[in-house]
Write a protein that binds this ligand. Structure first.
Ligand SMILES: [Zn+2]
Length: 283
């Protein structure tokens, strides 16, 4: 069963690194971002022949206008029943590398979204090693929600900033909090998407291939709107979850679900109607 899942997953793309669109409201109207330096400079008249420093600035600014995040799934999440009442599951673990140029000095944020079950700690470290990333280099660890199959390896990254629920923590200091949205950098944002539980959040990454939403158990797996009993039985608030699923459907080009592989959003599917029918049928 496990082997079937893994070999099936190999066929799907798990590296997203190309993007150009302004379609997402999350990105066209950032909440916490300061005015980018690039715009202030644009308004200044340039001399006829830009000197060496200006030429360098122009080059850097044009780079900042096209900065993106890269998304790679380190562990494809799964869930399967073994017998009547035993379920085996591990949440998806996703690596996001974002090159941000909003500030003078370019910054590279290495972000892990969800950390899987505790028994996957070695597997997680090995997969990071393959990417030539040490645990100390990880800048952020974001937990989409607090289920144990998604938060089992937080302590591998003691130097990181942790984001979960509405809190942002570095070591033992609560450095910030947010209610609905938070901007990590120009390519990576977080939105509150309650439903599965009351503090669920989703990570929205701007990549060269499109907007990728990493959503935890807001979506359980690919095509979970087609199969009855895939997400609704695990939901604390199915109506909120339905609304947030619909919101993500509008924003994203790709979705990484909590227990399945990345899939492309089919904008012709009216997911809200399908989810609504399902909820009403099971009342
Ligand atoms: Zn889960």
């Amino acid at each position: 069963m496990r082997k079937q899942v893994e070999s099936k997953n190999k066929k799907s793309p798990n590296l997203i690194s190309a993007y150009r669109t302004e379609s997402s409201e999350v990105f066209s109207r950032p909440v916490n971002s300061k005015p980018p330096i690039v715009n202030q400079r644009k308004s200044q008249p340039l001399p006829q022949k830009p000197n060496k420093i200006l030429r360098r600035r122009i080059k850097r600014n044009s780079k900042s206008e096209s900065s993106y995040a890269k998304v790679k799934i380190l562990q494809v999440g799964y869930s399967k029943w073994k017998g009547y009442a035993t379920q085996c599951a591990c949440g998806s673990i996703t690596l996001v590398i974002s090159e941000s140029n909003l500030i003078e000095k370019a910054k590279r944020n290495i972000i892990i979204v969800d950390t899987g079950v505790p028994s996957f700690s070695k597997k997680l470290l090995d997969s990071l090693k393959k990417e030539k990333i040490s645990p100390q280099e990880v800048s952020y660890v974001i937990s989409t929600h607090s289920d144990i199959d998604h938060i089992g390896n937080l302590n591998l990254f003691p130097e990181a900033i942790f984001i979960a629920g509405s809190d942002i923590i570095k070591k033992d200091v609560f450095i910030d909090f947010f209610e609905k949205r938070y901007t990590v950098d120009e390519n990576v944002k977080i939105i509150a998407t309650p439903g599965h539980d009351s503090k669920s959040i989703s990570v929205i990454a701007k990549t060269e291939q499109g907007i990728v939403a990493i959503v935890g158990d807001l979506f359980e797996k690919e095509r979970d709107w087609k199969e009855e009993g895939t997400w609704e039985p695990w939901s604390q608030d199915p109506v909120s979850q339905m609304k947030n699923r619909s919101q993500i459907w509008k924003i994203a080009d790709y979705i990484i679900p909590g227990h399945g592989n990345i899939f492309k959003v089919d904008k012709t599917v009216d997911i809200q109607s399908l989810d609504k029918n399902r909820i009403e049928k099971n009342k």
